[in-house]
Design a protein around this ligand. Structure first.
Ligand code: GLY
Ligand code: MN
Ligand code: MN
Length: 356
């Protein structure tokens, strides 16, 4: 499988007229070579596949990057690449322009003044869009761990507990059940804080009548999960019920409509129109969803701005929300796998309004 991925990269280099690529995105390095270390580059040319890293990671790289030469950096990566260039003729090198920092690129240019550089945008990341069965297994497993954590957290949510404590419990439960890390910083937002889609958990104590929005995910063999549930502490009032119901219906509508062949913009529109019709159009500012893989926010997106046609075995989150300043907000997020005629929902947690 990895060989197939390398072949695709080599074919792409041919297409753009580059002799080699210096991958610097950690996600792409891992996808193409298997190396999951935090520092280094992956070099791919017709004749050479190499992981360039420092002594902290060379043993790991040898274990993980089967079929790749592991080169240990001693006096800078530019010197290391010079040794590669003694063995092969390279006039044009591609770099990942969305990943490499300007000052880093300046170093490369300075070290190789005659070299031609080609900027690659999303083309390598796009190879990751359609997931293999093995990848989908890891994503489903990560989402299942999220479901377990959600079930366990419900008994911890009560007046007096802080948002930070709830976040800590969620993270503990995910790790206790097999997560190797978090896929992003856990969001727990209660009461008026839940009006902020990406609120950071605070020392605020949960109060009776609060919405509590929890958006969390974990890593399983490097792959991410992502889910959101909103609950009410005590009895929900009429306005809370209306908002919750509108978000849930918008989500269910989008889940019914999503399938291979539609665009992300089309799927987004089903949910957005529903929320608009209910009078809350101005309260749903973000896109409906995004793909999930080695990275938490991958393309294609379910968004008015993404006309990519969805294909089978892509993943998407479906996460509509309504956020009202000084009142609170609701988001409900599931993670699905797109299929030919619909989708497989990987998220199993309860979605009817939970009053605790
Ligand atoms: N946690 C961010 C998101 O759901 O996209
Ligand atoms: Mn999320
Ligand atoms: Mn998400």
């Amino acid at each position: 499988m990895r060989e197939e991925r390398v072949k695709k990269v080599v074919r792409y280099l041919d297409d753009i007229g580059a002799d080699a690529i210096l991958l610097s995105s950690g996600y792409n390095m891992r996808y193409i070579s298997g190396f999951s270390g935090a520092t280094g580059y992956v070099w791919i040319s017709k004749n050479k596949k190499a992981v360039l890293t420092d002594s902290r990671y060379t043993v790991q790289a040898k274990q993980e990057a089967e079929g790749f030469t592991v080169l240990q950096v001693e006096q800078g990566y530019q010197k290391l690449v010079k040794t590669i260039l003694q063995e092969e003729k390279v006039a044009t090198i591609a770099i990942e322009s969305k990943d490499m920092l300007c000052h880093e690129f300046e170093q490369w240019k300075r070290a190789f003044p005659q070299m031609e550089w080609v900027f690659v945008g999303d083309e390598i990341s796009n190879l990751r869009r359609i997931k293999t069965a093995e990848e989908l297994h890891c994503i489903a497993k990560a989402e299942e761990i999220g479901d377990i954590a959600f079930e366990k957290i419900l008994s911890q949510i009560k007046p007096g507990v802080t948002e930070l404590e709830i976040a800590a419990y969620l993270e503990f439960y995910m790790k206790q059940n097999g997560a190797e890390g978090l896929s992003f910083d856990t969001i727990v937002a209660s009461g008026v804080n839940s009006a902020m889609p990406h609120a950071v958990p605070t020392r605020k104590k949960i109060e009776n009548g609060d919405f509590v929005t929890m958006d969390f995910g974990c890593l399983y063999q490097g792959y991410c999960s992502d889910m959101t549930r909103t609950v009410v502490v005590g009895k929900a009032n009429e306005k809370q019920k209306k908002i919750y119901q509108t978000v849930l219906e918008a989500q269910e509508l989008a889940l019914e409509q999503i399938c291979a062949g539609k665009t992300g913009a089309q799927v987004d529109a089903y949910a957005r129109n529903w929320i608009e019709k209910a009078g809350y159009g101005a309260c749903f500012g973000h896109g409906l969803g995004h793909s999930v893989g080695l990275f938490i926010h991958e393309g294609p997106r379910l968004s008015p701005n993404d006309s990519t046609i969805l294909r089978a075995n892509m993943t998407e989150t479906v996460e509509p929300g309504i956020y009202i300043e000084n009142f609170g907000g609701v988001r409900i997020e599931d993670l699905v796998v797109v299929t030919k005629h619909g989708c497989d929902n990987l998220t199993r947690s309860e979605k009817r309004l939970i009053e605790l």
